[in-house]
Design a protein around this ligand. Structure first.
Ligand code: KG4
Ligand code: ZN
Length: 340
């Protein structure tokens, strides 16, 4: 089976071709972040319009790179939600129309299911069941992944997502949007222990997170003062350390309190090197294995959507021709159809 994957839920337009036997044949991505940077965040209408401009050329390029024609594609997987509704509708309409024209099935994929399947693109994929730490711009969750499609949310952020906290703090530090990776680079120059920020919710039982207080504490350090370059780096370091320690502590607690011995880390914040290093070391101490997608497939991409699509299509999922997208969509329900 060969699947064309399409991602357009936010500000990345991406297309990939995945073959069941031969693996990933092509993946193409255009990031709109430069276009949105001057507004300090994603402008939904601009995002939708740009997806319309990019999807066809990216698809042509991906098919050419894969050496594949339309007749070789057995199914199409597109992100059906959650995300920006206009952006999702562009990908959904495009994916469904291609499937109609090519006479193959199409399935709408839950974006977070895509992130959860990203480690399956790597040479040594994790086996079910596993614990997933999903840390993106919109979500922070600990999930028990029992099998494909069976997701039990153990804990999540009660306010800001980890990526959102990175982005908001990066903005306070005068870094471009989205700021996670920029803040990570600045933190590398920061001195440990110069500034200490709180570790929210660590003293509370359970697996929920809270990050808005951390962002506020960072803001208090800056308010009314012009920071030197060194002070900015120290603050970035303190912020990153606090968020990483909180994520690691709750993840270890979840490993300790469940029978799970395989951990996967997914979502954009999973690209963070400090987080990866700390999790790898701590999980090893507990006798658990950790699997990450390659850094490129931590953030939004179409290869992960094609992978989730391959699993769905193999399990026999088929959907009616109606074009559907869902701005809000719980991961905990039945994801076999994107039709609300
Ligand atoms: O998964 P993703 O691409 O999009 C969503 O589905 O939200 O995640 C994007 C988020 C942004 O908040 C971005 O700042 C963050 O991931 N991010 C990082 C790093 N790279 C991306 N955060 C911390 N360190 C990084 N290296
Ligand atoms: Zn994402």
């Amino acid at each position: 089976m060969r699947v064309l994957g399409i991602e357009s839920s936010c500000d990345e337009t991406a297309v990939a071709v995945l073959d069941e036997d031969r693996g990933l044949l092509a993946h193409r991505l255009h990031s709109q972040s430069e276009m949105h940077d001057r507004y300090g965040g994603v402008v939904p209408e601009l995002a939708s319009r740009d997806h319309i401009r990019r999807l066809l050329p990216l698809t042509r390029a991906a098919l050419a790179e894969a050496g594949t024609g339309a007749t070789d594609i057995d199914g199409i997987a597109y992100t059906a939600g959650p995300g920006l509704i206009g952006a999702l509708l562009v990908g959904a309409a495009f994916g469904r129309s291609l499937a109609y024209a090519w006479g193959c099935p199409a399935v709408g994929i839950h974006h977070l299911e895509g992130h959860l399947m990203a480690p399956m693109l790597e040479p040594d994929p994790p086996a079910f069941p596993f614990l997933a730490l999903l840390v993106s711009g919109g979500h922070t969750m600990l999930i028990r992944v029992q099998s494909f499609g069976d997701y039990r949310i153990l804990g999540q952020s009660v306010d800001d997502a980890a990526g959102e906290a990175f982005d908001k703090t990066a903005k306070l530090l005068g870094l471009p949007y989205p700021g996670g990776a920029h803040l990570e680079r600045l933190a590398e120059r920061g001195r440990a222990g110069r500034i200490v920020l709180p570790r929210p919710m660590l003293d509370r039982p359970g697996f929920d997170f809270s990050f808005s207080g951390l962002k506020t504490a960072a803001a208090r350090h800056i308010r009314g003062r012009a920071l030197t370059d060194d002070e900015r780096a120290d603050l970035a370091h303190a912020f990153q350390t606090a968020i990483v320690e909180t994520l690691v502590a709750k993840t270890l607690r979840a490993l300790e309190e469940t029978d799970l011995r395989m951990l996967i880390v997914a979502g954009g914040v999973g690209a963070n090197k400090a987080l990866r290093a700390r999790l790898a070391a701590s999980a090893r101490d507990l006798g658990a294995d950790v699997r990450y997608p390659r850094v490129q497939f931590c953030t939004d991409n179409a290869a992960m959507i094609a992978m989730a699509g391959l699993w769905r299509l193999r399990s026999g999922s088929r959907e009616p021709l109606a074009i559907n997208a869902r701005a809000r969509w719980s991961l905990a329900g039945d994801l076999r159809s994107s039709v609300a």
